[in-house]
Design a protein around this ligand. Structure first.
Ligand code: IDP
Ligand code: MG
Length: 151
């Protein structure tokens, strides 16, 4: 399970469907989806590693300028797969074909947040989702998404 947040630039630019489509086509399973207005307190916790950086005030302003679209995606090695699909932090440096590489020209307005480790994914799941907002549904195409030895 990994956490994906679509940032205000994704919502404003009408990229929400495009991005969900990429994860669906890849074969990831959507188990949580909602919109949320990010509070200052939530952003201070989520971006604690940047709290003392000069760009922090601007980052908070950007992240609370429109709602976030929050998602939980499940799949084998989902954290790593989704990280690679998002691309590196700077949209200018991100590989073409990645979400940031295809849609962003910026280090800050870079469309998407994704969990960067299993531990971060667990923390972020608890930070952004209530238990009742997570759905354990059976994906009937599962047998066709993985090989016998991967199930
Ligand atoms: P990540 O999102 O690729 O994991 P982090 O270094 O964890 O990158 O930074 C979190 C977010 O903070 C970035 O996605 C970006 O929106 C913003 N950010 C990071 N570095 C800068 C910067 O140098 N200037 C402005 N914003 C930044
Ligand atoms: Mg990060």
């Amino acid at each position: 399970m990994t956490v994906v947040l679509l940032k205000p630039d994704a919502l404003q630019r009408g990229l929400v469907g495009e991005i969900i489509n990429r994860f669906e086509r890849k074969g990831l399973k959507l188990v949580g989806l909602k919109m949320m207005a990010a509070s200052d307190a939530l952003l201070e916790e989520h971006y604690a590693h940047h709290k003392d950086k000069p760009f922090f005030a601007g980052l908070k302003k950007f992240m609370s300028s429109s709602p976030l679209v929050c998602m939980l995606w499940e799949g084998k090695e989902a954290v790593d797969v989704v990280r690679r699909m998002a691309g590196v932090t700077s949209g200018r440096e991100a590989e073409l074909g990645s979400i940031r590489g295809d849609f962003s020209m910026s280090v800050s307005a870079n469309i998407i947040h994704v969990s960067d480790s299993q531990a971060a994914a667990r923390e972020e799941e608890a930070r952004f989702f209530e238990k009742g907002e997570i759905f354990d549904w059976e994906n009937v195409v599962f047998p066709y998404l993985y090989g016998e030895d991967e199930k």
